[in-house]
Design a protein around this ligand. Structure first.
Ligand SMILES: NC(=O)c1ccc[n+]([C@@H]2O[C@H](COP(=O)([O-])OP(=O)(O)OC[C@H]3O[C@@H](n4cnc5c(N)ncnc54)[C@H](O)[C@@H]3O)[C@@H](O)[C@H]2O)c1
Ligand SMILES: O=c1ccn([C@@H]2O[C@H](COP(=O)(O)OP(=O)(O)O[C@H]3O[C@H](CO)[C@@H](O)[C@H](O)[C@H]3O)[C@@H](O)[C@H]2O)c(=O)[nH]1
Length: 438
C-alpha cells in the first residue's frame, strides 16, 4: 500500500509539498486552519501564484489521493506527518514566533494513536525540534511511538515545484535508524535520481537551514556593500560581480546587486538566527548578521534618496511609476518586499505613486491598501516623472523604451535590479540610473 502522508500548513511551502507528495504517488491530506485556503485547494485552485502548481493540483485533485481539510482527525491514519506551518518574526522582537508550530503539534498529537513519524519542515531556531519531540511524546496517545524528525526545506519560491520534486540535497535530522529508513522511503525517487542525503542529528538539521539562508543573505549584502563602494568610487558593481564570480570559489549566482533581499524567509531567518544565538550566549558569533541586515535595508533607502535627489529635494506630488511589488519575480509574495517598501516610503512622503505587478497586486493591496495600483505597466508609467524598476519580471525587461518614453513626463528610469538593457534605454532618450553603477 502506498504511503499515507499528512501535511500540516498549506501555505507557500506546504501546498507545494502536499502536491509534490501526491505526484510521488502517495495518499496525501493537507490540513490548514485557514478555511478559505483549504476550500480553494480542495476545489483544485492554488491559493497563491506558483508556476506549475495549478497544473499539478489539477492533475491530482480528481484522483481521490489528494484532499484538503481543516479537520486534524483526517491525519489520524497517516504514516508520515509533515509540519509546514509559518514561523514569522515575532512582533515584539527579532525572534521567530513558534506559536504556529507548537499549535500544529498540539492539534495533531491527540490523533496519533498508531506508530508514525512527525517531520518538521518549517524553519525553526535550533533546539525547537528537541522541545517539540518532548511535547509530542507527552501528548500523543501513542507516546514515543510518534517519533519526531527534522527535514528542512530549501525550495525557492517561483521554482517551488521543481525544487520539491528535484531537490539539490536532502537533510534528515533523525534520532533513530527507523526514522531515517522512513524518510529514505518517502524521498526514494529523488534519492534514486542521485540527490545527496545528509543524515544528522536534530540540532544540526535545524542549523543547516538557517545557516544556508544566512550565507545567501550574506552573499547578497556583500555585493550590495560593493555597490555602495562602487557608487562613491565611480565603479560598476555589475562588472565587478562578473569578474569575481568567475572565480569558482566565489561563483556568480546570488551576486546581483540592487534593492536587496526580501520575502518570507531571508530577512526573518537571519533575525531569528541572531536572536537564538543570543539566547545561547553566542551573540558575538552572529553579530555580523546585524550588518548584513543593515546593508540590506540601506538599499531600499538608497532608492528613495535617489528619487528625492532626481526630484530636486522633495518627492511631493512627483508621479512615480513603480514596476513590481512582489519580493522577486515568478511569485505573488509581498512579505517584506523591498519594492513595496520603497513604494510605501515614497507614497508617505507625498509622491503620487502608481504600482504595477503582474501577479502580486492583490496581495500588495491587502497589506498596503492606500497605495494606488495600476492595471498595466504602461498605465503605471503614464505621465510619470520617474520610473522605478524594482522586481525583475520578464514583462518589464521586454518593455520598449522607445514607446515608453512617449508616455512619461520625464524619461528617467531607476533600475533597482540592474537588469534592464541600459544602452537601449539610453539610446531611446532615457536617463538610466542603475544601483552601484556610474
Ligand atoms: N516559502 C518558502 O519558500 C519556504 C521555503 C523553505 C522553508 N520555508 C519555511 O516554511 C514555513 C512555512 O512558510 P510558508 O512560506 O509556507 O508560510 P505561509 O504563511 O505561506 O504558510 C503557513 C501556513 O500555515 C498555516 N497554519 C498556521 N498555524 C497552523 C496550525 N496550527 N495548523 C495548521 N496550519 C496552520 C497558515 O494558515 C498558513 O496557511 C516557515 O517556517 C518558512 O520559513 C518557507
Ligand atoms: O543575487 C541576488 C539574489 C537574490 N536577491 C533577492 O533575495 C531575495 C530572496 O531570493 P531567493 O533566495 O531566490 O528567494 P526565496 O524564495 O526567499 O528563497 C530563499 O528562502 C527560502 C526559504 O527559507 C529557501 O528555501 C531558499 O533556499 C532561499 O533561496 C529576493 O528578494 C531576491 O530579489 C538579490 O537581491 N540578489
Amino acid at each position: 500500500m502506498s504511503l499515507r502522508i499528512s501535511v500540516i500548513g498549506t501555505g507557500y511551502l506546504g501546498a507545494v509539498h502536499a502536491v509534490g507528495m501526491a505526484e510521488l504517488g502517495y495518499t496525501v491530506v493537507g490540513i490548514d486552519v485557514d478555511a478559505d485556503k483549504v476550500a480553494a485547494l480542495a476545489r483544485g485552485e492554488a491559493p497563491f501564484y506558483e508556476p506549475g502548481l495549478d497544473e499539478l493540483l489539477a492533475k491530482h485533485s480528481g484522483t481521490g489521493r489528494l484532499s484538503f481539510t481543516t479537520d486534524f482527525a483526517a491525519a489520524a491514519d497517516a504514516d508520515v506527518h509533515f509540519i509546514c506551518v509559518g514561523t514569522p518574526q515575532r512582533r515584539d522582537s527579532m525572534a521567530a514566533d513558534l506559536r504556529y508550530v507548537e499549535g500544529a503539534v498540539d492539534s495533531l498529537a491527540p490523533h496519533l494513536t498508531t506508530q508514525c513519524l512527525v517531520v518538521g519542515k518549517s524553519t525553526v531556531p535550533v533546539g525547537t525540534a528537541a522541545a517539540l519531540a518532548d511535547r509530542l511524546a507527552k501528548t500523543a496517545p501513542v507516546g514515543a511511538g510518534a517519533e519526531l524528525a527534522w527535514n528542512p526545506e530549501f525550495l525557492r519560491e517561483g521554482y517551488a515545484v521543481e525544487d520539491t520534486l528535484h531537490p539539490d540535497r536532502l537533510v534528515f535530522g533523525v534520532t533513530s535508524a527507523e526514522a531515517e529508513r522512513r524518510l529514505r522511503e518517502v524521498y526514494a525517487r529523488a534519492i534514486d535520481d542521485g540527490t545527496p542525503v545528509i543524515v544528522t542529528d536534530l540540532p544540526t538539521a535545524e542549523l543547516v537551514k538557517v545557516s544556508a539562508n544566512a550565507f545567501l543573505a550574506t552573499k547578497i549584502s556583500f555585493i550590495n556593500a560593493m555597490a555602495e563602494i562602487s557608487e562613491v568610487a565611480g565603479a560598476d558593481v555589475t562588472k565587478l560581480a562578473d569578474a569575481i564570480g568567475h572565480d569558482a570559489r566565489i561563483g556568480r549566482r546570488f551576486l546581483n546587486a540592487g534593492i536587496g533581499f526580501g520575502g518570507g524567509c531571508l530577512p526573518k531567518d537571519i533575525r531569528a538566527f541572531m536572536a537564538r544565538a543570543g539566547e545561547l550566549g553566542a551573540s558575538h558569533s552572529l553579530a555580523f548578521l546585524a550588518e548584513i541586515d543593515a546593508i540590506n535595508l540601506r538599499r531600499r533607502q538608497r532608492v528613495v534618496d535617489i528619487v528625492r535627489e532626481l526630484a530636486g529635494g522633495s518627492v511631493a506630488n512627483r508621479r512615480v511609476a513603480v514596476l513590481g511589488a512582489a519580493f522577486k519575480p515568478h511569485s505573488d509574495d509581498v512579505r517584506d518586499s523591498p519594492a513595496l517598501n520603497i513604494a510605501g516610503q515614497l507614497h508617505l512622503q507625498g509622491a503620487r505613486v502608481s504600482v504595477y505587478d503582474p501577479k502580486a497586486t492583490e496581495n500588495a493591496r491587502k497589506i498596503f491598501p492606500t497605495l494606488p495600483y495600476a492595471e498595466s505597466a504602461l498605465d503605471a508609467c503614464r505621465g510619470a516623472h520617474v520610473v522605478l524598476h524594482l522586481t525583475e519580471w520578464q514583462e518589464f525587461r521586454d518593455l520598449d523604451p522607445v514607446e515608453l518614453a512617449r508616455m512619461v513626463e520625464n524619461p528617467v528610469v531607476v533600475d533597482g535590479r540592474n537588469c534592464l538593457d541600459a544602452d537601449a534605454w539610453r539610446a531611446a532618450g532615457w536617463t538610466y540610473r542603475g544601483l552601484g553603477r556610474p
